[in-house]
Design a protein around this ligand. Structure first.
Ligand code: UT7
Length: 330
């Protein structure tokens, strides 16, 4: 079947009810609300209960997306999950979500792209659809960053949080709408800037002594990541606009990865967009890794800021280092 176009049919999301404010963090580490707001733009974030994992979160976001698309799980051909915080390392989180949805055999696999993972998933779905292998994909990001956060490390614990988002992606007739351009890159030489010690992996098998050390938490060289983030997101802006032959001033809305308001502002400035044309929710959710973009997309759509025909630019970066961009006409 010829490829017409690949479209996001719907977006769903799920966030925990529990809100953690900056004031609460002031009681946990040596920090202040003022520092966090000024340096990051974050005011509060959502933290999942201990018994709620990424399968549950991703499943709820996926259900929301399917309901909005008015599709049954049996219509899904592929489930692609981005997570940096799987409930378990084997099998893939996508398989556990497949079991919950009961699609009747959709291929299900995970993408390890850290914060870039959801745009990677979207691009993989685009490729599978374009090559005629599938018709409908569920691209899910589900992240429980609170589970890998060192709650004694003020440099990271004020930043990360939990959320899930999902989109139904489908083949559609070409009418100028759909995904127009995709860009993906990585630089493994910068992996140590944002990483976890490999506890429970093949190189450091789990044993009781290792677990007692409790040092499998996320570690980050924030300032270096910051510099690379701005550079790589700007590169992604240029790459997708060039691919699609679109000028910066044609963009209706920028939906960037929500890591830090200063990174978002720098990217918007580079893209020549006033902040009124940028969706920002880092103040309410913090950095939820690859879930930030689908959650932001959902909110922007619900708020009427993304209309049918809107030109939407999404850019992201994360551990790896990885970075990516997607341009679509809704
Ligand atoms: O999704 C990708 C994941 N990563 C990121 O997006 C992170 C990118 N990086 C950043 O967002 C910023 O670099 C941070 C928010 C992490 C840090 O902001 P910064 O302006 O780069 O601060 P800094 O690391 O240069 O630290 C400045 C000072 C330091 O103190 P000294 O050495 O100047 O005395 C830190 O120890 O701020 C201190 N500091 C804090 N102070 C109060 C670091 N964290 C905190 C804190 N509260 N939570």
């Amino acid at each position: 079947m010829p490829t017409d176009t690949v479209r996001l049919v719907s977006v769903g999301m799920w966030t925990p009810a529990r809100v953690m404010t900056n004031a609460e963090l002031e009681g946990m580490v040596d920090t202040t609300d003022e520092w966090i707001v000024e340096r990051t733009g974050i005011r509060e974030r959502r933290i999942a209960d201990d018994d709620v994992g990424v399968v549950e979160m991703g499943y709820r976001a996926a259900q929301d997306a399917l309901e909005r698309a008015r599709l049954e799980p049996s219509a899904v051909d592929a489930i692609i999950v981005s997570t940096a915080t799987p409930d378990r390392l084997l099998p893939a989180t996508a398989c556990d979500i497949e079991a919950r949805l009961a699609t009747g055999g959709a291929v299900a696999f995970d993408v390890w792209g850290a914060c870039s993972g959801w745009l990677y998933a979207l691009n993989i779905a685009r490729g599978l659809i374009a090559s005629g292998q599938i018709e409908t994909a569920l691209c899910i990001a589900s992240e429980k960053m609170s589970a890998i956060t060192d709650w004694t490390d003020r440099a990271t614990c004020v930043l990360f949080a939990d959320a899930a988002g999902a989109a139904v992606v489908q083949r559609a007739e070409e009418d100028g709408r759909g995904i127009l351009a995709s860009y993906m890159r990585s630089d493994g030489a910068l992996a140590e800037l944002l990483h976890r010690r490999p506890i429970g992996s093949s190189s450091v098998p789990v044993d009781v002594a290792e677990l007692a050390v409790r040092d499998g938490h996320l570690r980050m060289a924030g300032r270096e990541v910051f510099k690379n983030a701005v550079r790589s997101m700007c590169e992604a802006v240029d790459a997708v606009l060039e691919q699609a032959g679109v000028a910066k001033d044609e963009i209706d809305i920028l939906v960037p990865h929500q890591a830090n308001i200063r990174i978002i502002e720098a990217t918007a400035k580079y893209a020549g967009l006033p902040m009124e044309r940028v969706w920002v929710n880092v103040d309410r959710y913090g950095n939820t890794s690859s879930a930030t973009i689908p959650v932001a997309l959902y909110e922007a759509r619900e708020a009427g800021r993304i209309q049918d025909g809107s030109l939407v630019l999404m850019v992201t970066f994360g551990a790896g280092l990885t970075w990516a961009g997607t341009l679509l006409r809704w």
